[in-house]
Design a binder for this molecule. Structure first.
Ligand code: NAD
Length: 336
């Protein structure tokens, strides 16, 4: 099977729910050619054969690694498999895009970072929200002082399911919000507290409440697999207003609620002035949303071709894992 010169030869490891989105996006990019799709589940391989007949399929991951035409691998398996598979790819000098969370502990993160350095390979983590136009706009608005001094950030990510077998709801869902917070605030949390419960299944928290501090800025994340009300919001509150990012609102993903402050003279109270807080104008900026995963795939290929450091590099991924480990410690300490 030949390969067009100059194109990045790609392999996608894990073509389940999310891996199929990688197939679709990379397939549409002319900078690469998907050579392999690898999965343990025969029905996923059948899907590839039907929809991408030019892509070779295998259940054997090692077959992919031995193919010299494969320059880069995308690891989109379950979280518990990320570190092991990504490490093997790096050892074979392949560039790697590994899904979030990058690994399940700090030691595995360090080992991946070291391996990538040793092989001079690119290591990128799939923190998709850093390739989301709305998140970039929200960051710009904060930095331009649009809502004044930052008070707090609040994120909610709830839905019925999809329950993961290998990680709890924080590792699966709060990962996104932690990545958004770190990116927007340009720092990691200085304090992490969490409480959670397993209502649906014993063992792993399917509902988690996390409270954090980023220096002076307070933050909270609520994630749930047990809520019929699907929500995907990040709200940033400051002294001059608030920004609401609603990922389910395709028309107006970002709205800015400006705060109006009026002064009311209260005659009954010896002419003392009272500040009245009220909502001011609501602005919904017109943003051209592009598919975040497509931007992420493009960025990965650019990094592979130009040998540049990804926005969501190993260090960024490791930092999120470190916070998730602190979340777990707090969850375990509070288990009853
Ligand atoms: N960035 C995002 O927005 C986003 C969204 C959804 C999922 N994800 C991440 O993507 C990953 C996959 O999620 P999913 O929903 O597709 O899960 P999934 O269970 O549907 O798919 C995982 C696939 O990996 C395969 N697999 C496991 N071990 C393998 C191995 N050794 N070799 C080859 N294939 C193997 C499984 O057979 C399965 O088909 C998760 O880590 C998840 O956190 C990220």
């Amino acid at each position: 099977m030949g390969m067009n010169r100059g194109k990045v030869g790609l392999a996608i490891i894990g073509v389940g729910h999310w891996g199929k989105n990688y197939l679709r996006n990379f397939n549409a990019l002319s900078k690469c050619e998907i050579l392999w799709a690898c999965d343990l589940d025969e029905s996923n391989l059948e899907y590839v054969r039907e929809n991408y007949p030019q892509v070779q399929v295998t259940r054997n991951f090692l077959e992919v690694l031995q193919d010299k035409r494969v320059r880069a691998c995308v690891v989109a398996t379950q979280a518990s498999q990320h570190a092991r598979l990504a490490k093997l790819c790096l050892q074979m000098k392949k560039d790697v895009l590994v899904e979030k969370p990058m690994a399940l502990n700090a030691a595995d993160c360090s080992s991946l970072i070291e391996q990538a350095e040793e092989e001079k390979a690119i290591l990128m983590v799939g923190h998709t929200f850093l390739f989301n136009d709305a998140v970039h706009l929200m960051k710009r608005l904060i930095e331009q002082g649009e809502i004044g001094e930052l008070y707090y950030i609040k994120a909610v990510r709830s839905h019925l399911g999809l329950i993961r077998e290998d990680v709890n709801s924080a590792w699966d869902l709060a990962t996104h919000d932690l990545s958004i917070f770190s990116f927007m605030l340009r720092c990691s949390p200085t304090q992490v507290m969490a409480a959670g419960s397993s209502f649906l299944k014993q063992g792993r928290e399917d509902v988690t409440f996390i409270t954090l501090r980023y220096g002076k800025v307070l933050a909270s994340i609520h994630v749930s697999w047990a809520d019929t009300n699907k929500q995907r919001t990040v709200e940033v509150v400051g002294s001059k207003g608030r920004i609401l990012f609603d990922d389910l609102n395709a028309l107006e993903p970002i709205r800015i609620f400006q705060r109006g402050i009026g002064i009311d003279q209260d005659v009954s109270n010896f002419g003392e002035f009272k500040y009245l807080l009220r909502d001011g104008d609501i602005v919904s900026p017109n943003i051209k949303m592009t598919e975040p995963l497509k931007n992420q795939c493009n960025h990965f290929l650019d990094c592979v071709i130009q040998r540049k450091q990804p926005l969501t590099d190993g260090e960024f991924g490791a930092d999120i894992v470190s916070t998730l480990c602190q979340v777990d410690e707090s969850l375990i300490a509070g288990r009853c």
